[in-house]
Design a binder for this molecule. Structure first.
Ligand code: ADP
Ligand code: MG
Length: 163
């Protein structure tokens, strides 16, 4: 994909209460404006990359870009699972994301177990891929060095790191 790596940041909004957290895999959802600004060659599916909450540490993450059932599948949604245990929820906080690579397309599942297994496989693949030098270096990008204002609802995105 031409647009990868792709950098963006935006506030975490409430999702649709599909119970991701109950599955042990909470997903931080992004607002429509962030989804709408995605380049057209970023297709739906599962991605891996790096995420930083406010001015905190940089963690590995997996992200799903999919069709949003709330809008009768006419709009895309973006949700990131950060591979880290946080003490508290962080709704309204700013998440900065560097999307590094693509894992697989979206697919349906016949059982909840099958879905959970697939997500755990995605997480393992993300962890492995992100240890490759080409992806590790994204952690050092200026994008993650800028101080983020946690009080403004800043939304930034682009293919270049100097946002
Ligand atoms: P919602 O439907 O509101 O997105 P989820 O069950 O998907 O609810 O939980 C997502 C929320 O959980 C995030 O918005 C965030 O505040 C919190 N959270 C806690 N730990 C994580 C994590 N490791 N990755 C993503 N979100 C997390
Ligand atoms: Mg969610």
């Amino acid at each position: 994909m031409r647009s990868l790596p792709y950098f963006f940041r935006g506030p975490v909004v409430r999702g649709f209460g599909r119970g991701s957290k109950d599955l042990g895999i909470p997903t931080a959802n992004f607002p429509e404006s962030v989804v709408d600004s995605l380049p057209t060659d970023i297709s739906t599916g599962i991605y891996y990359g790096w995420a930083r909450l406010d001015n905190g540490d940089i963690h590995k993450m997996v992200m799903s870009i999919g069709w949003n059932p709330y809008y009768k599948n006419t709009k895309k949604s973006m949700e990131a699972h950060v591979i880290h245990t946080f003490k508290e929820d962080f709704y309204g906080h700013i998440l900065s994301v560097a999307m590094a690579g693509y894992i697989r397309p979206e697919r349906g599942f016949t059982s909840l177990d099958e879905l959970i297994t697939a997500i755990h496989n995605d997480i393992e693949e993300a962890k492995k891929k992100l240890d490759l030098p080409e992806h590790l270096k994204l952690k050092e990008d200026n994008f993650f060095k800028t101080s983020v204002s946690t009080t403004s609802n800043q939304i930034l995105n682009g293919q270049h790191s100097l946002l």
